[in-house]
Ligand binder design. Structure first.
Ligand code: HAS
Ligand code: CU
Length: 556
């Protein structure tokens, strides 16, 4: 394997203009700040399952649900999208060796900051304790909905930037295949563009006017369905920037190579096709949706499991090439030869390993009958802390270990601390998820302040303690990460920062003829995705009788 000749995805370096570097750097800082701001209540929530309440330590916190809303909104909405808004355009620019559009970078940054200010105002002021799923009939202050709308708008500017760079590149390179790194970055946000439309309708047509008093009633099942129409695809929008790193950057970081150009593109096309028509697997227990529709979504969910299985194979093969090139022999000897002391690599390998369990639990969720057992229990946060909470969050921490030095032009400060952070976080999440998964199987409820609940089951005792211990370790892990990033920005040596982004090589060049160039015709794949969406949501939407029954409730 190691002797196959490699083809560099894009050989030349990339001169990122200083002005653009600054906007991207601040966008990324805001993303990591959201990560850090959000984890405080994560700690409180985990400890509450162990029967410990620390809510009194939070100045200005009115209720548990205010904290839980802050945790969800900051960590899964602002952190993930803010990171992607900077990372994906940067990858596109690098892959195409073209500058980005500074105006669009600013537009994305400004809408993001405004969105942040409005949402922080609403959540911190306890005007929006509705949790990140924003289910009606719980009603938030209009600034909350508008803030999230602006967050979505900021992603459109980021996509526009990538499309502009791509169109410019295509004009200058007629007949050439799109460089792989640009292809996967752009496709990730094209999928998001399609996926975001239902939530835009939910917020702009229903929830925002309802919150402003312009609309008196909404239909909670309809708004909830619109939420999950976008909401399942959202989880892949969180995941795909991590996959961009696993496919296109990690092989280089471990001295390996991407095993196949077409294989990688097909994985992204499968995500484009299958991420969206699967949202009803979050609604298996909802009345008002036919079993037939739930079955269609269930089957397609098993379909979207496949590109992640394919990713497991491809990513592992890329790591194996690196390990063998470094002298690893035998069946597993290559594993020891991976650069475990490189904090960026370590974090991401630990994220991948945890994702195996995140994926397996997802399969249980997706199975209709098993979902009846675990729905609305702590099993579900057990699942998603191993997916978005580790596969994504820990990968993005790993990326920070080269990206922050790259953008700030300072050398990483505290290698050892960074390594410790990833180990502590990973061991923590495994203990935490073990607790949540086990408790969930015994009906331990999610989204419940267990420290003060007046009902408990003996079967929740040990799971609750594990959740508390694991959650505390995760918190310590993130705080160490925060220390490393803070120290790097303030004390990191100015020289010696990485001058380039670690773009990988593929084992074979993309084919210029045959069927493979079809993979680059994104328009065709977008049309195919729309057809699948119509099949999956058309019958429900056409047959649905909208019954706006609900006024807003503010229980906070
Ligand atoms: Fe999920 C609920 C099904 C993936 C996030 N999910 C959630 C919720 C969140 C979430 C946040 O079908 C809760 C929402 C809420 O608040 O109610 N999920 C799935 C399935 C997958 C899946 C089938 N989920 C994710 C990802 C997420 C995420 C990714 C975030 C990023 N999920 C569900 C369902 C529910 C659900 C139901 C509803 C539950 C309910 O009742 O409420 C799959 O896509 C997973 C595929 C993953 C794999 C793993 C591949 C492994 C790889 C690593 C390989 C590398 C290695 C390294 C091994 C197949 C790629 C080797 C290294 C060496 C050194 C050897
Ligand atoms: Cu889902």
């Amino acid at each position: 394997m190691a002797s196959v000749t490699s083809v560099v995805l894009r050989p030349e370096g990339y001169d990122l203009p200083a002005g653009q570097r600054r906007v991207l750097r601040w966008t990324i800082y805001i993303g990591y700040a959201a990560l850090i701001a959000g984890v405080f209540h994560g700690l409180a929530n985990a400890l509450s399952y162990a029967g410990i309440s620390i809510l009194g330590w939070f100045p200005g916190l009115s209720t548990y649900y205010q904290g839980l809303t802050a945790h969800g909104v900051a960590n899964v909405l602002f952190f993930t999208f803010t990171f992607a808004n900077a990372f994906l355009p940067l990858m596109t620019g690098r892959a195409l060796a073209r500058p980005l559009n500074t105006g669009l970078l600013w537009a994305s940054f400004i809408t993001l900051v405004l969105g942040n200010i409005l949402t922080i105002y609403a959540v911190v002021g306890n005007h929006a304790s509705v949790l990140y799923t924003s289910y009606a009939p719980l009603q938030a202050h209009w600034t909350y909905y508008l803030g999230l709308v602006l967050l979505v708008v900021s992603t459109y500017f980021a996509l526009a930037n990538m499309i502009m760079a791509l169109v410019g590149w295509k004009k200058a390179n007629r007949g050439e295949r799109i460089p792989l790194l640009a292809y996967i970055s752009v496709t990730s946000y094209v999928m998001w563009l399609l996926a975001s439309l239902p939530i835009a309708v939910e917020f702009i047509v229903f929830l925002l006017p309802w919150s402003l008093g312009w609309r008196s009633h909404v239909d909670p099942l309809l708004t909830r369905t619109l939420f999950w129409f976008t909401g399942h695809a959202i989880v892949y929008v969180w995941l795909l920037p991590a996959y961009v790193s696993w496919y296109a950057l990690i092989p280089r970081q471990v001295g390996g190579a991407v095993i196949s150009d077409s294989y990688t593109r097909i994985v992204w096309i499968l995500f484009l096709l299958l991420s969206i028509p699967t949202g009803m697997h979050h609604q298996y227990t909802d009345p008002g949706i036919s079993n037939a529709m739930k079955a269609v979504h269930g089957v397609l969910t098993f379909g979207v499991f496949f590109p992640s299985l394919a990713t497991a194979f491809s990513v592992m093969a890329a790591l194996e090439i690196g390990g063998r090139r470094a002298g690893g022999t035998g069946l597993l000897g290559w594993i020891r030869k991976l650069p475990w002391k490189d904090p960026s690599v370590l974090a991401q390998i630990l994220a991948m390993l945890t994702f195996v369990l995140g994926g397996a639990t997802g399969l249980v969720n997706a199975s209709f009958s098993m979902n009846q057992v675990i729905h609305n229990t702590t099993w579900v946060p057990g699942h998603f802390h191993m997916t978005v909470g580790t596969a994504v969050a820990l990968t993005l921490m790993g990326v920070a270990y080269w990206l922050i030095p790259y953008l700030s032009q300072r050398r990483l400060f505290g290698n050892g601390l960074a390594l410790a952070s990833s180990w502590i976080y990973t061991i923590g999440v495994l203990i935490f998820a073990r607790g949540m998964i086990d408790g969930g199987l015994h009906g331990m409820p999610r989204r419940t302040f267990m420290a003060e609940a007046n009902y408990r089951s003996p079967a929740w005792e040990l799971p609750g303690i594990l959740t508390g211990i694991g959650g505390t370790m995760m918190f310590i892990g993130v705080m160490l990460f925060f220390a490393v990033i803070g120290l790097t920005i303030v004390l990191g040596k100015r020289e010696g920062a990485p001058q380039d982004i670690p773009v990988s090589v593929t084992l074979t060049a993309p084919a210029k003829d045959g069927w493979e160039p079809m993979l680059d015709r994104l328009g065709i794949w977008v049309v195919a995705a729309i057809v699948l969406i119509l099949i999956a949501y058309g019958p429900f939407l056409i047959g649905y009788d909208v019954v706006p029954v609900s006024t807003g409730f503010r229980l906070f």
